[in-house]
Design a protein around this ligand. Structure first.
Ligand SMILES: C[S@@+](CC[C@H](N)C(=O)[O-])C[C@H]1O[C@@H](n2cnc3c(N)ncnc32)[C@H](O)[C@@H]1O
Length: 202
């Protein structure tokens, strides 16, 4: 794929968002089961996918950034865990259907007209009963400047996520203010929205 701005960011030796998992993802540890098949769309340099692999899950990390995927593989090697990676544009990718027990998407913001379709693809990639864990910046983040897209149209709201995942069973959906400490960029108070949802069994 053609290099993106993410390739430029991820081509430096340091990990842009650090190597520890996102705090909301880590907070979901009790829900995870070793042996689960997990998909991490937009996994960047792999901090979340590699952490999930460390919990005994079998992880596929998909991202448009080759540089990010290389660092994902390096991080997995350093931690001694296996991970599968795939380079693709998630907006045109042929998403697997009903394949995964878990989808984890963190700070994956796209143009607003593409967002509902992308979120529906995440849900359809889950097996019936599978879990989605998602965190992103919400509209109020324009007041904080601690990361995320500058264009407010690309930011989430709980209402938009409830609509995108209307077919799912929502287990958690919260708009929060949290102190981010993720790499050099995500530092300080941030306006976030997070979601845990289950694909219905039928
Ligand atoms: C803000 S970074 C977050 C990375 C990672 N989820 C994390 O929390 O550390 C957004 C990531 O989404 C990826 N991304 C954005 N749009 C994408 C698309 N259409 N297809 C594939 N990857 C995409 C970027 O390459 C980047 O790695």
């Amino acid at each position: 794929m053609a290099p993106t701005m993410w390739d430029e960011r991820f081509s430096k030796p340091e990990y842009y968002y650090g190597t520890e998992p996102n705090a909301f993802v880590a907070s979901q540890k009790a829900r995870l089961k070793p042996g689960w098949q997990a998909l991490c769309p937009g996994d960047g340099e792999g901090r979340n996918g590699v952490w999930l692999a460390g919990q005994g899950l079998s992880v596929l990390s998909v991202d448009a950034s080759e540089a990010g995927l290389r660092k994902t593989e390096e991080l997995a090697k350093a931690k001694g865990v296996p991970i599968a990676t795939h380079c693709a544009d998630l907006l045109t990718w042929e998403w697997p259907q009903a394949r995964f027990d878990l989808v984890v998407a963190v700070f994956l913001h796209v143009n607003p007209e593409m967002r509902p379709g992308l979120h529906q693809a995440m849900l359809a990639a889950l097996k019936p009963g599978g879990l989605l864990v998602l965190e992103g910046f919400r509209k109020a983040q324009v007041n904080y400047g601690t990361g995320g897209p500058r264009d407010p149209e690309m930011l989430f709201s709980a209402e938009a996520l409830a609509s995108d995942f209307a077919e799912a069973e929502v287990l958690e959906l919260n708009e929060v203010l949290r102190e981010l400490a993720e790499g050099a960029i995500h530092q300080g108070t941030a306006a976030l929205v997070n979601l845990v949802a289950r694909r219905p069994l039928t």
